[in-house]
Structures are given as C-alpha cells and as structure tokens.
Unconditional design. Structure first.
Ligand SMILES: [Mn+2]
Length: 320
C-alpha cells in the first residue's frame, strides 16, 4: 500500500490539470473524500476541479468546505482524474476514459478500473485511504481538508458504530481534531438540521415495515406517492433502512424505493449476513454490511420482495 501511495502522489505532483470525482448520488464519504484534496492541490498550484454528475447535490453536506466549487460540467482538457469511493467506472457519469485515472476506494466490489488502484476494503471510509495516502507522503492536512475527511469518516461508520471502527480510526479522528475539526460542529451540521418532510416520510415508510424469516429480515417501502404527499426528496430516504435494521430481531433490513429507472433496493445487515452478494446478483454492489442495486421496472414491490426473500434465506442459512 505504501508503494501505491507514493506512486499516486508522484503522479499528482507531475500533473497540472486535475479532476477530483466521486460516484453519482454522492454520500458523505464520496463528496467528503473528493473535496478533501481540493485545498491541498490548490496550494500546490494545481488547476483543480471537483466534478460530480449529480444535480442537485445533497444539501445536508453543504457545510463541507468548498462545497460550492463542485461542478457537474466535466472540463475538456485535463491530465489526471482521481476517483473516490466509486466501485465502477460507469458510476462516475463520465463518457470518455480519462488520460490517467487514480482510483481510491474501499469497496470490496471495486472493479479496479484505474491506472493506479488504491483499494483498501478494510478501510472504514474512502477518506481513510486518502488520509493514509497524505500521511505516507508527509503532507500537512489543512483544517478545510480535515473537516471533509472527518465528515466522510463519521457518515461511513454510522457515527463510529460499525465493525470497521478500530484503534486506527480513533487515532485518525484524534489527529483530524488536532488539524482543526470541531466534532460537535460536524455532528450538528449532519444530524441537527432535519426536515419536517423527512419525518413525515419516515412515519409513512415505517407503516409498511414487514418482518419475515423469523423476524430476521425486515422490508420497508418508499413509494413515489409517499414522496409526493410529504414533499420529501431522495436524500430523505438515506437512513430509513439503517433504523429498520435497529429492530432487535433483524439481521437484514431492506428498503425498496420506487425510482424512475426501477426499484432501488438498499440492504443492510447487522452481524453476519453478507448482503453485497445479493446486491451483486442484481447488478449492484457495496459492502458486506451495506449494499444496494436497482432492479428494472418490470417487477412490482411484491415480486421483488418475493425474489429477495429467497436470496436472503439463502445467505441467512446455517448462521446463528
Ligand atoms: Mn464509502
């Protein structure tokens, strides 16, 4: 890994026009990781652009330094693109292959589409991989970058709750606080700016919770109608599946959301089930404990649940 960090940094030093990019519908890790390098590369005199194909960007991340610099227009001429938190090239929303691509990620399902691939599936967030790269190259972390790296870490670990959280994660968090992060500020920005529309949507969604497989599996539904009635937006659905997983008996929670291009399924597991296997089966991907996919329009919710029940029974088999 240290070799790769050095190689990647050498390439960055040699490049002039650099794009920092993350996957479509970015979460805190995707956007935080891409924005984290912006001030550092600027200071190095690079021409840097942060690209994301999504419009509008999730507003709950608007406190990230340089959030307003993110553009959905890909510049024509550039030497290097660095992708963050993006498991496959098509999720970047870029047509042509970049002249050189550094792929920084922690998804076990990453397809290694870069010229340099720095994939650490043990990392708690892609921002931890960025952090390790900066450390390996003795780069000082300005507070603007630290806030981005820290926010990405908080969002991807469910506020330091997941199995990926270890001594290294806390050491890194402590270091980032030394660099100027105020954890209470980040927490307030992330968790104390809720929208009424989201709470109204939760009420409707929770009403649809259905348990099966002896209470080990829970389904929750979000329809277009619910979104319209409550005035909720897609971002408002982000954490629903996590709170459904919190039911005591549940090992796997699954949210089904009606989207324009099909039914979006989001899977979360608690202790032992590898839900990435199920997501991959439907053309998606993710992690062992958090994964997702989009199933095309030819099925309705009931049919999708039926299919998923079968798959989930299979992955729950033989476990305690
Ligand atoms: Mn991530």
């Amino acid at each position: 890994m240290q070799e790769l960090f050095k190689k990647a940094w050498e390439k960055i030093e040699k490049s002039k026009n650099i794009i920092l990019a993350a996957h479509i519908n970015p979460d805190g890790d995707a956007l935080g990781s891409s924005l984290s390098l912006y001030p550092i590369l600027k200071k190095m005199g690079k021409n840097v652009k942060v690209f994301n194909v999504t419009k509008p960007l999730p507003m709950y991340l608007d406190f990230l330094p340089n959030f307003d610099k993110v553009t959905d227009k890909l510049p024509k001429n550039y030497d290097l693109l660095i992708s963050f938190d993006c498991g496959s090239f098509d999720r970047l929303g870029i047509e042509e292959k970049p002249p050189f691509l550094i792929n920084i990620d922690h998804h076990i399902s990453n397809t290694k589409y870069g010229d340099i691939n720095i994939i650490d599936s043990k990392a708690a967030s892609s921002s931890q991989v960025v952090y390790n790269m900066l450390k390996a190259n003795n780069i000082e972390i300005p507070s603007e970058s630290a806030v981005c790296i820290y926010t990405a870490l908080v969002t991807d670990t469910g506020s330091f709750q997941y199995e990926s959280v270890n001594e290294k994660v806390f050491e890194m968090a402590a270091e980032l606080v030394k660099c100027g992060v105020k954890p209470d500020f980040v927490a307030k920005m992330l968790f104390q700016r809720d929208r009424l529309s989201r709470l109204r949507l939760l009420a409707k969604a929770y009403d649809t919770i259905e348990l099966c497989c002896e209470g080990k599996v829970a389904f929750v539904e979000v329809t277009k109608e619910m979104m319209e009635i409550t005035g909720a937006i897609k971002d408002d659905t982000d954490t629903i599946v996590n709170s459904v997983r919190a039911i005591a008996s549940v090992e796997v929670a699954c949210m089904l959301r009606e989207d324009d291009d099909g039914i979006k399924i989001s899977l979360r597991s608690k202790n032992y089930a590898d839900v990435s296997k199920v997501a991959v089966k439907y053309g998606g991907g993710g992690h062992i404990r958090a994964a997702g996919a989009t199933i095309n329009n030819e099925f309705d919710f009931e049919k999708v649940k039926e299919m998923l029940k079968k798959d989930l029974k299979e992955i729950l088999k033989g476990e305690k």
